[in-house]
Structure formats: structure tokens, C-alpha cells
Design a protein around this ligand. Structure first.
Ligand SMILES: Cc1ncc(COP(=O)(O)O)c(C=O)c1O
Length: 426
């Protein structure tokens, strides 16, 4: 007979407190303070100049980052949105172009395409909850220039198939690694497969300075163009006032520069990355091992199990009607769970809630980029129901964050709680 659920007055399966999901943020301590104080003591707050003799923290962070992920170039910026826009602009994406993106990502991945003056085309996800390569092929038109592929909730996309499609159709690939720093695919770091990889250090991410971003690439021209766009004052040039070295190197950009204070925090946070990843992966494995044979639930399949960062656990129920009662029962057991659709607020990670995209909202009446005269193909239109597979998968999924601060015992209790609830409600 199944045990009485806590929601029905039974004992709780998990009796320990829960941690919020700020993996690196909760670890901020002496190392971060030391790095920041060095910046303040030296009065060296700008990466390109200041009182003589101080190595830039931002530059040190870029060098450590590039070396770790195995990229030739890394450019620190002030957010992942900025990183994505810089990468798109560097790749030559602009008026008249279409860019593929998934319907399951934070809407910034899509907004960056609009900011680069191109039209986003929304693709389905498959059961891995990352971009469905079968749908990519269906959505390519003569106007498709690039795709933004998102390693969503810490899990790698199917990079073999995605890169093969990109090669066949001569498309640029920009990887959105905002949620998957340190994740790999077949042993290679995410962000190093496509033309550019873009990362976030916003507070919810694996390592953080509250805000921050990074672009990596192996292509020197793309790097130069990212540099040019991210710092329109051209402080980065060996000689700011020199002629451009090649056509397309110099153009007006914006200011997405990272401050030395941010660089200092991130340099310290970066040294914590491996430990955070190994704790999250350990925790995730304990829970998955405890539930993998449980009837009525299916753990999200991954394109490469070993490459998952372990930031979360997602599993499917067989109908969407079961999700809310399941989540409520888990919460009563003491587990921080949520549905993706049913958490009470419209989740801006699901395309059907991207009102400003669906409604083609633009800052001026001309409607750029949706009504751009350079766009020669049929109008790209959006509908909340346009990706039914995406809505089906996300409607049936239960999500749990996996903070690295949790103990092994916490994780065993979570697995017990899921099994207990599944025995009654799955
Ligand atoms: C998948 C994804 N892409 C892009 C972003 C944007 O990152 P940022 O807030 O650093 O601009 C986020 C942030 O939540 C994200 O989750």
C-alpha cells in the first residue's frame, strides 16, 4: 500500500530546508572580496586604462575562460543578450535575414535577433527540450542566415546534427550557453562548436557577478567584429585612430564593455566552476538513480548524459492534467518543484508567452525588422500554437532545480518524495 501523501496529512518525505538556485552566488566569499578590493585599492576600474601597472581583471578572466573552454578568443561583455547581439552582428546578420531559434528559451535569445535587425523563426524542441534538428530543416528558407541554438536548462543540443545541417545550408551557428556553462557534448565544451558561443553571468546562472556575459570564437575576424561592436569607442584597437585593417572591421557599435569590478568577481567565481559542476552532477545522479525505474514518469533524455551541467532535473508525466497535482503534492512533501506552464505566472521561456514577439511589437511604427523592405520572402508570422510539440513536451514536464549546496541526503529524500508521489498520482 502506498504511503499517505503529505498533501493528505501524511509525513513529509523531505524534512530539510531547501536552497535557492544561485549556485555561484551563494558561494561569494573571501576570494571575490580579495579580487574586488584589489581593483578598488589600485583605482583601476576600466579595462583599457587607469593608473599604470595594473593587469586588467577582465582580460585575465577572458584568458582563463578561453583556455578552459578551448576557444582561441574570448570577449567579456555586460550580459548574454549583449553577447548574442554582438555575435549576430559579427556574423553579418542584419536586415532581410531570418534566424532560427527554439520556442523554449528565455526570450532574450529571440530579442537579440530582433535587436540585430533580423527576423526570428521559431523552431520546435524535441524530447531533450533542445532544438529539434528535424524541424530546423523544415524552417530553412533562402533567407535563413543563422541559427541560435540554446543548450537549455544545462543540457547540450544535438550538435552533430545541427552542425551538419548548418554546413549543408551554409548557416552561421551561434550557441546560447547562458544556462550551460561547463556543459560538454562528446567531451568538447559547449560554445565551441558554432561560429560563436555566448554565456551569461546574471545572478541566476552557474557563476555570477549579478550581470555579465562572454562571447567565444575561434575566428579572428568574428572576434574583431565583436570587439568593434561591443566598444564603439574602439578603445580595444592597438591604434584607435588607424585605418581599418580590412573591409568590415570598423563600424559604429554600442557600449557593452565589462567593468573591472565585474571582471574581478567573475575571476574569483570562475575558479569555483568545476566544484559547482561536480556537486550539481553528483546531486542530479543521486536523484535520477533513485527514480529512473519509477512507473509513470520519464526522465528527460539528453543528447549526451555526461555533458549535462546538472543544474536541474526535468521529467515527463504522461498527461498535462497530472502535472499541477503532482507538483502540489511534491511541494507538500518539502520539495521545491514546479511545472513549466503551471507555476502561476506566464513563463517567458516558452514562445507562446512572448507577447512582444507574437504581436511583432516594435519600438517604432515602421515595424522593423518584420516589415523590412530588404526581406524578400513571405512574411514570417507567429501564433501561440505554432509549435505544438513544444507545447506538449513543456505541458507534461515537472522541473526541479538542483542547487550544489544540497547534501547527498537531501537528494535521496527528493528521490523518495518523487517515488512516493508517483505511486499515487503518476
Ligand atoms: C537561455 C538564455 N539566453 C539568454 C539569456 C540572457 O542572459 P542575460 O540576462 O545575461 O542577458 C538568458 C538569461 O536568463 C537565458 O537563460
Amino acid at each position: 500500500m502506498s504511503e499517505k501523501l503529505a498533501i493528505n496529512g501524511g509525513p513529509k518525505a523531505k524534512t530539510t530546508p531547501n536552497f535557492p538556485m544561485y549556485p555561484g552566488g551563494l558561494e561569494i566569499g573571501d576570494e571575490e572580496k580579495k579580487q574586488v578590493l584589489e581593483v578598488l585599492d589600485n583605482k583601476y576600474l576600466f579595462r583599457y586604462y587607469g593608473p599604470a601597472g595594473c593587469p586588467s581583471k577582465v582580460k585575465q578572466f577572458e584568458e582563463a575562460f578561453a583556455q578552459k573552454v578551448g576557444a582561441k578568443y574570448a570577449l567579456a561583455v555586460n550580459s548574454c543578450t549583449s553577447a548574442l547581439i554582438s555575435a549576430l552582428v559579427a556574423c553579418g546578420v542584419g536586415p532581410g535575414d531570418e534566424v532560427l531559434v527554439t520556442g523554449y528559451t528565455f526570450f532574450a535569445s529571440c530579442a537579440a535577433i530582433v535587436a540585430a535587425k533580423a527576423v526570428p523563426v521559431i523552431c520546435e524542441i524535441n524530447e531533450t527540450l533542445t532544438m529539434d534538428p528535424d524541424d530546423i530543416e523544415k524552417k530553412i528558407t533562402p533567407y535563413t542566415k543563422a541559427m541560435v541554438v540554446v543548450h537549455m536548462r544545462g543540457v547540450p543540443c544535438d550538435m552533430d546534427r545541427i552542425m551538419a545541417i548548418a554546413e549543408k545550408h551554409h548557416l552561421r551557428v551561434i550557441e546560447d550557453v547562458a544556462q550551460a556553462l561547463g556543459g560538454t557534448y562528446k567531451g568538447k565544451y559547449l560554445g565551441t562548436f558554432g561560429d560563436c558561443g555566448c554565456y551569461s553571468f546574471q545572478y541566476h546562472k552557474i557563476i555570477t557577478a549579478g550581470e555579465g556575459g562572454m562571447v567565444v570564437t575561434n575566428d579572428q575576424r568574428l572576434y574583431d567584429r565583436c570587439m568593434g561592436y561591443h566598444d564603439t569607442a574602439a578603445c580595444w584597437r592597438p591604434d584607435r585612430f588607424a585605418e581599418q585593417r580590412y573591409e568590415g572591421e570598423l563600424f559604429c557599435g554600442v557600449n557593452f564593455r565589462m567593468s573591472e569590478l565585474t571582471g574581478a568577481v567573475l575571476l574569483a567565481q570562475f575558479s569555483r566552476l568545476d566544484n559547482l559542476l561536480s556537486l550539481m552532477r553528483r546531486n542530479q545522479k543521486i536523484i535520477i538513480d533513485g527514480i529512473k525505474d519509477t512507473k509513470g514518469i520519464k526522465v528527460r533524455p539528453r543528447n549526451d548524459d555526461a555533458g549535462d551541467t546538472g543544474i536541474c532535473l526535468m521529467f515527463f508525466l504522461d498527461s498535462k492534467e497530472k502535472v499541477q497535482p503532482f507538483v502540489e503534492a511534491l511541494k507538500a512533501e518539502g520539495v521545491n518543484a514546479a511545472g513549466v506552464f503551471n507555476s502561476g505566472i506566464p513563463d517567458w521561456h516558452i514562445y507562446s508567452h512572448w507577447k512582444h514577439v507574437i504581436g511583432k511589437k516594435t519600438p517604432t511604427d515602421e515595424g522593423c525588422p518584420y516589415s523590412c523592405p530588404y526581406h524578400r520572402g513571405p512574411q514570417v508570422d507567429y501564433d501561440p500554437k505554432m509549435c505544438p510539440k513544444t507545447l506538449d513536451y513543456l505541458g507534461r514536464v515537472v522541473h526541479l532545480d538542483i542547487p550544489p549546496q544540497m547534501s547527498e541526503e537531501d537528494c535521496r529524500m527528493i528521490a523518495d518524495a518523487i517515488n512516493k508521489v508517483a505511486a499515487v498520482l503518476a
